[in-house]
Ligand binder design. Structure first.
Ligand code: SF4
Ligand code: SF4
Length: 110
């Protein structure tokens, strides 16, 4: 099973962490891509994906059920923070653990 397949059956990181990024990444700014209507300002220079700034965390762009089948509805337009989040890291495993999902290394080895 590839990590892409595993992510499509997970989505925990999109429903565990505050997903913030430089506000210029929103489509209200030249070169930006993230739909601004789905973001919320959190500092003068940073925005977050709506739904990740509060508890319980869940990005508004996340479709589906965590741990079952999920998809990012703005995948081609997602922020650098989302693009840089790496499957199999301790941060990944922490998010998975919060949903009772096995660490990725164990899953790939299985
Ligand atoms: S928590 Fe890890 S395995 Fe789950 S979607 Fe995020 S990167 Fe993929
Ligand atoms: S924008 Fe997409 S990849 Fe980023 S946190 Fe939201 S659902 Fe996840």
């Amino acid at each position: 099973m590839s990590s892409a397949d595993i992510c499509q059956a997970c989505g925990a990181c999109c429903a565990h962490y505050r997903v913030s990024f430089y506000w210029g990444e929103s489509d209200a700014h030249p070169g930006g891509s993230v739909p601004q209507r789905l973001t919320i300002p959190i500092t003068p220079y940073r925005s977050a994906m709506r739904g990740t700034e509060r508890t319980p965390v869940r990005c508004v762009a996340l479709d589906g059920e965590v741990g079952q089948h999920v998809g990012c509805t703005i995948y081609p337009q997602r922020s650098s923070t989302c693009r840089e989040f790496t499957a199999g890291t301790p941060e990944c495993d922490k998010a998975r653990g919060a949903y009772g999902l096995a660490p990725l290394a164990e899953l790939v080895a299985a």
